[in-house]
Each structure stands twice: as C-alpha cells, then as structure tokens.
Design a protein around this ligand. Sequence first.
Ligand code: PLP
Length: 364
Amino acid sequence: MKTANIDTLCVHGAKDEGNVTGAITIPIYQSATFSHPSVGISTGYDYSRLQNPTREALEKTMAILEGGACALAFSTGMAAAAVIMELFCPGDHIVASEDLYGGSVRLFNNVLAKNGVEVDYLYTGNIGSVRDRIRSNTKAVFVETPTNPMMQITDISDIAKLCHKHNLLLIVDNTFFTPIYQQPLKLGADIVLHSGTKYLGGHNDTLAGFLVTNREELAERLRFLHKTIGACLAPWDSFLILRGIKTLAIRMERITENASKISAWLERQSKIENVLYPGKSGMISFVANSTETTRKILSGVKVIAYAESLGGVESLITYPILQTHADVPVEKRESLGITDRLLRLSVGIENVEDLINDLKAAMS
Ligand SMILES: *Cc1c(COP(=O)(O)O)cnc(C)c1O
C-alpha cells in the first residue's frame, strides 16, 4: 500500500494506539505522574518529564512528517537548539551558516563560546568554502536554509555528502520551510531542528521546539539529554501544536500563494529596492529606499501586526535590526545586509488584497 501523502499525514498524525473511546483527537493527559500496576511494572508512562501520552503523540507525528525515527518535543525552539549543543565538548568546532536566527547566534556566541566550543560562520551555500573550513576538531555543520532574514539557500544533499565524508553531523534548522517543502533527513541531514512556535503551531499562540533524527544512537543521546535537562513540552501545549499541524499543509498552500503575490507586488514598488523571497513558504525580506519608508510601513500597517515571530495565520512584520537580530554584532549584520532599511514580513492566511492594500496605504 502506498503511504499517505503529507497533507493526509498532517491531519491524521500518529494513531492513538491505546484509545478505546473512539476519540478523534488525542486527549490532553494533564498528569505529572503515572501509577504503577505493581512492583517493577510500568504502563509505559512514569513521569511526564520522561514521557507523556499527549507529547508522545505529537513526537510520533513529527517523526512521521520529517521521515525520522525519533522526534522530541521541547518547550521552545531555543531549548531544542541548546540540547543539541550538549552533544559537543570543549575544544570542538562547528561550522554554521553566517545568516542565522538571532537567538541561535546568541546561544553560539555566549553559551557555547563559554563552554569552549567554537563556531565558525560562513555562507554555507558554497560547498567549497565549507570544505575549506573543516578542521581536525570540527564536529558538525549547522545550516539554516533558507536563512533568516536574508533567504540564503544551501543545498542539503550536497552538504550532507561533504559532512558524511568527514564524519560530521549535519544539523538543519527547518523552521522556515517545514516538512511540507523540505525534509532534510531524507536529503542526508542527521538532525532536524524546528521552532514549533512558527508554522507547525501556526497560530501565534504556543511556543514549542523539536529535534528529529533517524539515527538510533543519536536518538538515544538526545532522549537522555531531553529528560535530563527537562525542557520538555507540556501536555496542553503539545495538544495545541498537534491541532496546528492538522492544518499545516493547507495553511502552507495559502501562505505560499499569498506570499508569491505580495513579493511580485513589492518588486513593482518604486519605494522598494530589493525583495528576497525563496519562492515558497511565507517569509519575505525586503529593502526600502529609505529609513523613512521603513518606519512608515512599521507604524502604518493595520491588518499586518508589527510584531516578532512568524509562521502564524496572522501576518506579522518585523524590523530585524531592532528585534530578531539585535544581538548580532553590527559589522556582521552590515556585511550580511541587515540594515535599517530591511524589513521581514511573515505572510499569513488573510485575503491577499487586504494585505497588499495595507502595505500600500502604510507606504504612501
Ligand atoms: C524562532 C526561531 C527559532 C527559535 O525558536 P523559539 O521557539 O522562539 O525558541 C529558531 N530558529 C528559527 C529559524 C526561528 O525562526
């Protein structure tokens, strides 16, 4: 039998094996602990930091969507990223995309550096330059594709081949494309990272993070770190993300349709100098002709909210220089093009004409 397509998998997720009630949705098991039937016997659930049935259903669903053997749900995307970094030891070296989510840069430059792990940033779209940075102590390559906010693309299959040749872990932050548009494990990545707060949850109402892997020994280490560090997703939040995932495919379809139209419209505006849109999903970065235009847009939008975050049904616009990328060193920001004229738009599922009219009115 042919396995179901991804839109069907989003709706049905993992089957609730123990369900005897016929409930269509996974119940919220709001329990911190679970009783044992007798000495040395467990129901499979002991304590919710180790495992909880609602979180487990979500984790299995994420493993299915990303084509992984194991998925772990965290309280935030950053908690998931911080747990990956526990795989490394003082003296280790990591090569990373130069244009990363600001929180990842903050984690690498402060926490990781303090622990003696060095991160080397570069444009990972060029395989030759990644190869040149590999040293004897290099342990991993950390890639965001497309990057945030400059939309740089890295070919995951190419970089996976390079990583495996040198015995390096390939970690891919798949927050922007989601498994609907990109399944990094199938392209050779070892670990997929997600901020579930964004497209997976999809409603700007819940924080979550994920790690997914298809390598059993890695899964075991990550599971150990997950339960030991304890930044696991709560049952209620797990339920909300599961509910969000049911509509992921259809949201991505609408979001891509809206974003394609908006990016084409932005390209035609005389006050907009450059538009960066990777052709799918809902993230558009664009450069205005002046700081004044940037400020007019930010304070003039009414349908679109001037707010951090992305990936929800509501359209949001951010000013990376003051928000998501405020902690990225100035020289770094400038060399990447993250200036005071750059805006980042997360397109939602509203009517596209209303979104365009909103931008038009704010700009004029
Ligand atoms: C938001 C985001 C994160 C961090 O996730 P949180 O859920 O906010 O902790 C990591 N990577 C990318 C690409 C993001 O957009």
